[in-house]
Ligand binder design. Sequence first.
Ligand SMILES: *Cc1c(COP(=O)(O)O)cnc(C)c1O
Length: 406
Amino acid sequence: MSDLTTDALTAGYIAHEDEHLAHNYHPLPVVVARAEGSWVTDVEGRRYLDLLSAYSAVNFGHLHPAITAALTEQLSRVALTSRAFHNDQLGAFAAALAELCGKDLVLPMNTGAEAVETGIKVARAWAYRVKGVPAGAAEIIVAHDNFHGRTTTIVGFSTDESARDGFGPFTPGFVGVPYGDAAAIDAAIGENTAAVLIEPIQGEAGVILPPEGYLRAVREICTRRGVLFIADEIQSGLGRVGTTFACDREDVVPDVYLLGKALGGGILPVSAVVADRDVLGVIRPGEHGSTFGGNPLAAAVGLRVVEMLASGEFQQRALALGEHLRARLDDLIGHGVVAVRSAGLWAGIDIDPVVGTGREIAERLLARGVLVKDTHGQTIRIAPPLVVRATELDWAIEQLKVVLAG
Ligand SMILES: *Cc1c(COP(=O)(O)O)cnc(C)c1O
């Protein structure tokens, strides 16, 4: 990487950032200045294929013309009203998103973590007001190795020490069980259990797919035991895995969808909790809110995103290109790759330690014009924009081959 970081503009920018920016990230040494579709351009004028898509927030590619059109059109009228007043965009967004999810109601927020926090509040209020759990006793079952965001409540039920250490005391009321083990969920449910909160596929953990039948079993258990099934589809949802939601892979409908990332079209933070009236209807005026949540700009962008998903075109691309990608990744097993996990256009690739760490592979790919992100030491995660071309994926795999060969 020394050749890259000695580029004057890049090095100067990074040094400038280091002076005043809190060090809560360790970015790869590339300074992005522009982007379009599946490609970004750095300050030196070099182009890179973006195989991270801002952790699936850029599912439709950078600055998709249909999304930027919705944004600029709305930006010429009104951007922010607060929910103290109605705005003429939010109703259409809520209606379209509810229909996409097959649910009654939408509660709009901004970031993914806020959607998760909102889901937790809704589940607890539902437990007290509908299920009859004694005040203050509600429990939510979560999975080990989960990633649901970075607030103090959320990191409190993480099993990742680097997410938790130094940030306690934490919110009580969470019970952890191994991911992929439905029987463990059944065993952990008690009379005060409000909900089971899981990712249908664990993204941050390295694109971990649960065993076949797990989501169906969780659905059956939650129904039988009278607890809510909350699916965090913030990263797995909205086309990424070849279906609208990862739960669709097992024809499962959770009680509550948590959505974010791609809901903002890769432009704005837009998140939402989506559920039926008997669940989301427990929230009363004044109990929950957000200054920016449901703002007209976000609603116009979110509506366009939902309209784009309605045709199924992006889901189809993710499915077809995902198969294409998977076949090529499987060819690398035994050649610097130990294992591949994937769903649609989303893959976790475990790198043989002999050829380097995940970070080293990501750095070498960067030098060859491909952007990826490592996770948990030996894994690299790829989530190309769903607009990527098969030939571009092939080219990226060629770069990976070269990099793995040393
Ligand atoms: C990214 C993510 C979140 C948190 O979203 P932010 O917008 O970063 O707060 C929550 N859950 C999952 C599964 C995610 O991938």
